[in-house]
Ligand binder design. Structure first.
Ligand SMILES: Nc1ncnc2c1ncn2[C@@H]1O[C@H](COP(=O)(O)OP(=O)(O)OP(=O)(O)O)[C@@H](O)[C@H]1O
Ligand SMILES: [Mg+2]
Length: 220
């Protein structure tokens, strides 16, 4: 589902990712960990075509991500759900409309959308915030809405960058369960995190990145 072949990425003249080779199969759930500045977020951004690689090849499903035409970028993004720090909620839309947006873009009917969005908000325990605007929510509440937004369209791939960064331990556990459920239903998931609790005892692959290089892989 996801392949990196000898991928490199530079910011200015500094290498941030060096000769990355990585293969993630359809339906896998994989964790990416490593110290701050290791290149985890950059690797996820490359997959979303938010950044372009300077060398090598990145494949996601049928897309050659490093070489997309303008028309293909939105198509790629429609198949990916993202929980990224710099992909915030729209402040002038309610929680409901923020979560509904991804479904509206896909042309779903309003009646269907309503059922899906309310169910998703119930899942993250924010049903009562449906008419609220993001700036009136706590950081952790906003983060849960971002997670709901990424998951409602049942993307074939979910990319999450430190998804539990703003959450307390109980809520983190709950969110982890939602990710596992999505994975059981077939979503391929890649999560970058410092939070060992997220991958401990999962039996899933944990890839360790340091200074732009994959230095090892273990089973969580
Ligand atoms: N837009 C940018 N311009 C220049 N340098 C950047 C940019 N984005 C990231 N970098 C640099 O690339 C390196 C890798 O950053 P990245 O955000 O991928 O690390 P990370 O592993 O996600 O770290 P953290 O655990 O702190 O989130 C860092 O040295 C960072 O300073
Ligand atoms: Mg990061």
């Amino acid at each position: 589902m996801i392949t990196f072949r000898n991928v490199s990425k530079y910011y200015e003249d500094e290498p941030v990712l060096k000769n990355i080779d990585l293969a993630i199969g359809k339906g896998e759930m994989v964790f990416l960990t490593g110290p701050t500045g290791a290149g985890k977020s950059t690797l996820l951004k490359l997959l979303y075509a938010a950044e372009l690689p300077d060398g090598g090849e990145i494949l996601l499903g049928d897309f050659n991500v490093g070489q997309l035409s303008h028309a293909e970028v939105p198509l790629l993004r429609r198949s990916i759900g993202v929980v990224f720090q710099d992909f915030k909620l729209l402040e002038n839309l309610t929680v409901y409309d923020n979560v509904a947006l991804a479904l509206r873009i896909r042309g779903r009917k309003e009646k269907e959308i309503k059922g899906i969005v309310l169910e998703a908000l119930k899942d993250i325990h924010l049903r009562h915030k449906v008419e609220s605007y993001p700036p009136t929510l706590s950081g952790g509440e906003q983060q849960r809405v971002v997670i709901a937004r990424a998951m409602v369209s049942e993307p074939s791939v979910l990319l999450a960058d430190e998804p539990t960064g703003n959450l307390d331990p109980d809520t983190s556990k709950y969110v982890a369960r939602l990710f596992h459920e999505a994975n059981i239903h077939g979503t391929t998931i890649l999560i970058a995190t410092h939070n060992r609790e997220l991958y401990k005892n999962t039996g899933k692959r944990v890839i360790r990145l340091d200074n732009g290089v994959i230095i090892g892989e273990e089973i969580g």
